[in-house]
Design a protein around this ligand. Structure first.
Ligand code: GL2
Ligand code: PLP
Length: 819
C-alpha cells in the first residue's frame, strides 16, 4: 500500500466522523446507516467541490460555449455510488468504511433515488449529463426541483398503489442552494403597450409572480476532474406573505402568490408519453424555462456586450416539446428587455434553439388551448401569434394557394397552440432518437415540415452510460471485461468489441455465464425479500421492465404466459426449460387499462406460482417499484430482454441497450433502436419477430385489421382470450378483465379493436419465444451469443450520441481541468 493511499483513507475517515458529529451529534459507534450515508455523501461532496469550482473557472477562462439541456425530467437515480466511481476512489472508500465497520453497498442503498422523471426520456437526459461531463463538454441540465418525484409503487392485492416520493424528506446532501441566482417569473395579467416616442414597449401588468430559486447538483465526469451542474429550480413566493399588499386590501392576491409558489413545483406529472393538458403543467413549463433562459442571457451579458452573438456561446437543446416555450421566452427577452427588432431577435433565437422529438404517439402531442395559453402567458402568446403569422406567410409563399398546407402546418390552428410546430419553426435542428424513428418523422409524421425545411432534420440514435449500467450496476462483469481488454471501455465503449474474440473460448463462456448466474442469485434474493417468491436462478430470466403502456405490449407477454401455462396444464410432461417471467412497470396514475394489466399480471402470477402440478417450470414475478436503482440490478441478471413494442411506436428505447450491454439476448420487433442493435450484433443473434413498421403503418392507414378473424380461426388464442372473461384468473369477479378482452376484440366500440396488433403478432411472438427455449439448451451457443451481444453494444454508449450532438448541432469545445 502506498503512503498516499493511506493518507487518503485517513482523511476520508476524519471527514466522515466530523460530518456525523456536526450534523447529528453522533459518533461512529452510535450512527445509523442513514446517518452514515449522509456523512459519507457530504465527505464525497467535499471532494467534488474543488473540481466543481475549477471546472467553472475553466469555462470562464476559455469563454466556452455551453449547451443548456432543457428538460422537464431528469431520472438520475442515486448519485453516491456513481460519484465515488467517477472520482476513482471506490476502493479507498470501500476500505475506509470497512475499517469503520460499514459496508459501502449498504450505505449506498440508504440514498433515496432522485426520481425527477418518468421513464426513458428522463433517464436519457441523465445519461447525457453523465456523458457530457465525462467527455469534458460545458453543459447545464435545466429542470425542476419537484418536491415529489415519480411516485413509489406498492402492490396491494395485485393492484398498483401510488405512494408519494418524499426524496427531500431528510435533505439531499449533494445539492447546493444558489439564492444569488434567484429570478422572478411572471404569470397572467395583461399586456400594456407604451410608446416612448420611438417604438412600442410591451409591458405585462397585473400579473402574479413567483421567485425561482436554483439548486445545483454536481455531475461528476469520470476521472477527468470535470464537474458540470444539473440546475433544478424551486419556487418561492416573491415576498413571503406581503403585509403591504394586505394593507391595501389585496389579501387575495398575496395568498394567491403564496399558493402559486407552493403548487408549481409540488409534483412531477406521472404521465409517460401522454399529454394531459393540465394548466399547472403549462405553468411548470414556463416556470423553469423562463428562469433558465433569463439566467442564460444574464450570464452571457456578464462577459459579453453584443447580444447578437448570443448563439455563439449558448445552445438550448429542448428535450421534447415540454420546454418549447423557450423559443418565445428568448424572443421576449430579446425584444422587450434587450430592445432588439423582430428580425434580429428571430435570427438569434433560431440559431440558439434545437429540438429533439421523442415520440410519434398522437396522444403525447402537446396542444394547448389558446384560451389557457393566452390567459397564463399573455405576452408569450402575443409573440407566438406573431411567429405563427410570419410562418403562415412563408407557407403561402412556398405553396401558393395550398390551404391544406396551412391547416397542417400552422402553429396556431383550430383554437390550439401546437407545440411541436413551434419547436420545429423556432429551431435550427430537429432530431429523432433512432434511425427508424427519424425516417418515420421525415416520411410520415412531420413530412410537410421535412419537405419545406429538409436541412433541419437529423438523427441522433440514443445511447446509455456504461459507467452506471455496467461499471456500477454489474461490478462482476465490469471487472471481467477489464481483465480481458483493459479499462478503456469505461470512457470509450467502442473498445468493447475486442471481447468478440473470446466468444468462442469455452473457458470465457463459462466465466461469463457464471457471472450471469451470480447476478441472477443477487436478483433472486431481492425477489425473495420483496415478493416472497422463490425463483430458481437456473431458470431463464426473461425480463420486461419499462413503463406500462399499451404500445409496449406487456399484455402480449402475459397472454403468452397464459398460453404456455395452458400447454403445460394439458401436458404436464412438456419439455421446456424452466423460465421465470419477470415484469416491472409503473402505470400512470390515471391510466386505467394499464393498471388493470398490472392486476392481470399479478393474478396470473398468483395462479401459476401456486400450481404445484407444473413443477415450477414457469414462474411469474412482478417487481414492485421499478426504478433506476433496482433497474441496475435487473439488467445485470437478465437472460432475455423483452422489447416487443408494436413496430413504429417505440421511438428508440434505451432499456433495450442496457440489457444488451449486460449480455442479455433480445426478443423484439424491428422497432426503434432494436433495428440498429440487430445491425450491430447480427439478426441471427437476436429473436426477431412480428410485423414491420411499414406493415403496421399500412394497416393503420387502412383503418386497422379485424382481430375476430384470428379469434375465430385460432383455438389456442381464443382459449387464452376466453380466460380473461371466464374467471380463470379472477374467480370472484369473472368480469374483472372484460375491458382488456374488449380492447382486443370489441368491434362495437368506436375505438379500433386491438390497436396495437397484439393478436396479429401473437403467433410470430410465440414462435420466437419457442426459439428461445430451444436455443437456451445449447449452452455454448447461448454463452457465445451473450458475449457477442455485450461485445456489439459499443455503438449504444451515450458518449457516442453526445459526440454526434456536439459535431452536428452544438459545436462545443472540450475543456480540460487541472487541479
Ligand atoms: C420516449 C420514447 O418513448 C422512447 O422510445 C425513447 O427511448 C425515449 C428517449 O428518447 O423517449 N418518448 C417519451 O415521451 N418517453 C420516452 O421514454 N417518455
Ligand atoms: N425506466 C427506468 C427506471 C429505466 O432505467 C429505463 C431504462 O432505460 C427506462 C424506464 C426506459 O425503458 P424503455 O427504453 O424500455 O422504455
Amino acid at each position: 500500500m502506498n503512503v498516499d493511499h493511506t493518507i487518503h483513507k485517513t482523511e476520508f475517515k476524519k471527514a466522515v466522523i466530523y460530518n456525523l458529529k456536526i450534523s447529528y451529534r453522533r459518533t461512529i459507534e452510535d450512527a445509523t446507516a442513514a446517518q452514515m450515508y449522509q456523512a459519507v455523501a457530504l465527505a464525497v461532496k467535499d471532494m467534488i467541490i474543488d473540481r466543481w469550482i475549477a471546472t467553472h473557472k475553466e469555462y470562464e477562462k476559455q469563454d466556452a460555449k455551453v449547451v443548456y439541456y432543457m428538460s422537464m425530467e431528469f431520472l438520475t437515480g442515486r448519485f453516491l455510488g456513481n460519484n465515488i466511481i467517477s472520482l476513482c476512489e471506490q476502493e479507498e472508500i470501500r476500505e475506509a468504511l470497512a475499517e469503520m465497520g460499514f459496508d459501502l453497498n449498504t450505505i449506498e442503498n440508504q440514498e433515496r433515488d432522485p426520481a425527477l422523471g418518468n421513464g426513458g426520456l428522463g433517464r436519457l437526459a441523465a445519461c447525457f449529463l453523465d456523458s457530457l461531463a465525462t467527455l469534458g463538454y460545458p453543459a447545464y441540465g435545466c429542470g425542476i426541483r419537484y418536491r415529489y418525484g415519480m411516485f413509489k409503487q406498492k402492490i396491494e392485492d395485485g393492484y398498483q398503489i401510488e405512494v408519494p416520493d418524499e426524496w427531500l424528506k431528510d435533505g439531499y446532501p449533494f445539492e447546493i442552494r444558489r439564492p444569488e441566482y434567484a429570478t422572478e417569473v411572471k404569470f397572467g395579467g395583461y399586456v400594456d403597450t407604451e410608446w416612448d416616442g420611438h417604438r412600442n414597449h410591451f409591458v405585462q401588468k397585473g400579473y402574479q409572480s413567483v421567485l425561482a430559486v436554483p439548486y445545483d447538483i454536481p455531475i461528476v465526469g469520470y476521472g477527468n476532474n470535470v464537474v458540470n451542474s444539473l440546475r433544478i429550480w424551486d419556487a418561492q413566493p416573491v415576498n413571503t406573505f406581503n403585509l403591504k399588499e394586505f394593507d391595501k386590501g389585496d389579501y387575495q392576491k398575496a395568498v394567491e402568490q403564496e399558493n402559486l409558489a407552493k403548487t408549481i413545483v409540488e409534483v412531477l406529472y406521472p404521465n409517460d408519453n401522454h399529454y394531459a393538458g393540465k394548466e399547472l403543467r403549462l405553468r411548470q413549463q414556463y416556470f423553469f424555462i423562463s428562469a433558465s433562459v433569463q439566467r442564460a442571457v444574464k450570464k452571457y451579458l456578464e462577459n459579453h456586450d453584443d447580444i447578437h452573438k448570443f448563439y455563439e456561446k449558448a445552445v438550448f437543446q429542448m428535450n421534447d416539446t415540454h420546454p418549447t416555450v423557450a423559443v418565445a421566452e428568448l424572443m421576449r427577452i430579446l425584444l422587450d428587455e434587450q430592445n432588439l427588432e423582430w428580425d434580429e431577435a428571430w435570427e438569434i433565437t433560431t440559431k440558439t434553439c434545437a429540438y429533439t422529438n421523442h415520440t410519434i404517439m398522437s396522444e403525447a402531442l402537446e396542444k394547448w388551448p389558446i384560451e389557457l395559453f393566452s390567459r397564463l402567458l399573455p405576452r408569450i402568446y402575443q409573440i407566438v401569434e406573431e411567429i405563427n403569422r410570419r410562418f403562415v406567410e412563408e407557407i403561402k409563399k412556398a405553396y401558393p394557394g395550398d390551404n391544406e398546407k396551412i391547416r397542417k402546418m400552422a402553429i396556431i390552428y383550430d383554437g390550439q397552440v401546437r407545440m411541436a410546430h413551434l419547436a420545429i419553426v423556432g429551431s435550427f435542428s430537429v432530431n429523432g432518437v433512432a434511425r427508424l424513428h427519424t425516417e418515420i418523422l421525415k416520411n410520415e409524421e412531420l413530412k410537410d415540415f421535412y419537405q419545406m425545411m429538409p436541412a433541419k432534420f437529423n438523427n441522433k440514435t440514443n445511447g446509455i452510460t456504461q459507467r452506471r449500467f455496467l461499471l456500477h450496476g454489474n461490478p462482476l462483469l465490469a471487472s471481467w471485461v477489464t481483465d480481458k481488454i483493459g479499462n478503456e471501455w469505461i470512457t470509450d465503449l467502442s473498445h468493447i468489441k475486442k471481447l468478440a474474440i473470446y466468444a468462442d473460448d469455452e473457458k470465457c463462456q463459462r466465466e461469463f455465464m457464471n457471472i450471469k448466474y451470480q447476478n441472477k442469485i443477487r436478483l433472486a434474493k431481492y425477489i425473495k425479500e420483496h415478493n416472497g417468491i422463490d425463483v430458481d436462478p437456473r431458470s431463464i430470466f426473461d425480463v420486461q421492465v419499462k413503463r406500462l403502456h399499451e404500445y409496449k405490449r406487456q399484455l402480449m407477454n402475459i397472454l403468452h404466459v397464459m398460453y404456455l401455462y395452458n400447454q403445460l396444464k394439458d401436458n404436464p410432461n412438456m419439455d421446456i426449460v424452466p423460465r421465470t417471467f419477470i415484469f416491472g412497470a409503473k402505470a400512470a396514475a390515471g391510466y386505467t387499462r394499464a393498471k388493470l394489466t398490472i392486476k392481470l399480471i399479478n393474478a396470473v402470477a398468483d395462479v401459476i406460482n401456486n400450481d404445484r402440478s407444473i413443477n415450477g417450470k414457469i414462474k411469474v414475478v412482478f417487481i414492485e417499484d421499478y426504478c433506476v436503482s433496482n433497474a441496475e440490478m435487473i439488467f445485470a441478471a437478465a437472460d432475455v430482454s423483452e422489447q416487443i413494442s408494436t413496430a413504429s411506436k417505440e421511438a428508440s428505447g434505451t432499456g433495450n441497450m442496457k440489457f444488451m450491454l449486460n449480455g442479455a439476448l433480445t426478443i423484439g420487433t424491428m422497432d426503434g433502436a432494436n433495428v440498429e442493435m440487430a445491425e450491430e450484433v447480427g439478426a441471427e443473434n437476436m429473436f426477431i419477430f412480428g410485423a414491420s413498421s411499414d406493415e403496421i403503418i399500412n394497416w393503420e392507414n387502412q383503418g386497422g385489421y379485424n382481430p375476430m378473424e384470428i379469434f375465430n380461426s385460432d383455438q389456442e388464442i381464443r382459449r387464452v382470450l376466453m380466460q380473461l372473461i371466464n374467471g380463470s384468473y379472477s374467480p370472484q369477479n369473472p368480469e374483472l378483465f372484460r375491458d382488456i378482452y374488449n380492447s382486443l376484440l370489441n368491434t362495437q366500440s368506436s375505438d379500433r379493436a386491438d390497436t396495437y396488433f397484439i393478436l396479429k403478432d401473437f403467433r410470430s411472438y410465440a414462435e420466437a419465444e419457442d426459439r428461445i427455449d430451444k436455443a437456451y439448451r445449447d449452452e455454448k451457443w447461448w454463452a457465445r451469443t451473450a458475449i457477442l451481444n455485450t461485445a456489439s453494444s459499443g455503438k449504444f454508449s451515450s458518449d457516442r450520441t453526445i459526440e454526434e450532438y456536439v459535431r452536428d448541432i452544438w459545436h462545443l469545445d472540450k475543456i480540460k481541468v487541472e487541479l
